[in-house]
Design a protein around this ligand. Sequence first.
Ligand code: GLU
Length: 420
Amino acid sequence: MSNKNSILSTALANYDRTAQMLQGEVDSDLLLKIRQPKERIEVTLGPLLGDNKLHLFKAFVVRHSEAMGPAKGGIRMTDSVSIDDVTGLAMEMTWKCALIGVPFGGGKSGIVADPAKLTKHDKEIIIRSFARNALRHIGPQVYVPAPDMGTNEQDMGYIKDAISFSMGKATTQGCYVTGKPVILGGIPGRREATGNGVVICITEAFKTMDMKIRGATAIVQGFGNVGSVAAIGLHRLGVRIVAVSDLYGAVADEKGLDIEALIEHTKRTGSVKDFPQGRQIDGKKMLEMPCDVLVPAAAANQITADNAPNIKAKIIAEGANGPTSPQADEILTKRGIFTIPDILCNAGGVFVSYLEYTQETQQEQMTEEEVNDRLKKRMTEKFHQVYELSRQRKITMRESAMYIGVKNVCQAMIARGYLS
Ligand code: GLU
């Protein structure tokens, strides 16, 4: 079912390690059961696009587990996303939600299309087509989508609109999608939540390692929703961001890049490329440059057995899902590099999605200050829970986070009984 170092194979390798740790503590049949996704759905979309022709797009919805509650996870829209990728990502969502302590299972969806090659209008049509065609798999008690790579707040607005329109109502009852524009029932601070959560984890990691954050150096791979917010947050804490990359290029300046100016530049040009302050460098080589913190916040499988021996960072904070291959993970552990694993490091997004879900269910409104306070409290608490267990058991942060997440899911399954 999987290729070497695919998103799914990485998710399974991380799971298998954890299942081994849980042998003797949890029924082995149960451990086999939660290794499998509960449901994998493939949908064909065939909308009429702006060129007045029908176009076919594959879309997938995977619910990996519902033990803790309705499946939760974003919609990935890229030209190469596969149902196996979506399965691996849904599995990661199961452990992420269980670790961060929100009452959701793990889900994910994918639409095979490259948003960069679509007009704004065509993208809207495809998103609306997905919402209508996948509607039977979406709902507050079934699966609640959110933004992921290639989708954003505006797309979640279209989804809410398409669903309420299909129901013949002005709005939906309960939360069908999170990460919506605030004016449509979204929550302030959701867009920044993942990046802010990454910064909170890094701050705590510095404290536990007795390192000073002010004056430290960082490299950020990916300058989208996660990378740009993490970069600005670190910059404001006095961290020098010495290099940043995106799909189109990479820029470096040992004196520290002016992140606010870089954000302006990307708004204008669509990329970090050709930012006048920095020198242009190779995005791959960038990962091996000296720094205190490396934040992979782009695609999966970026830190591999090939470059792991050359990584110079002391801390790796995984803003992306699955950026480190299992082989690289072993190398980094041997080299004493402290990795904050994805299911902890980027869990701020789904935590604030949970606040949005409860807000909409109860028809309340939370302020940005409340959201950020709760995010900080939860991320800090979970960071230390994972850290303490990793110290007690002499295991890595990833092993510790996975152990807590998987064990919580097992406990929920046991509490439900074995008949499903
Ligand atoms: N796509 C994000 C993630 O991978 C957020 C998911 C959500 O908010 O449901 O964690």
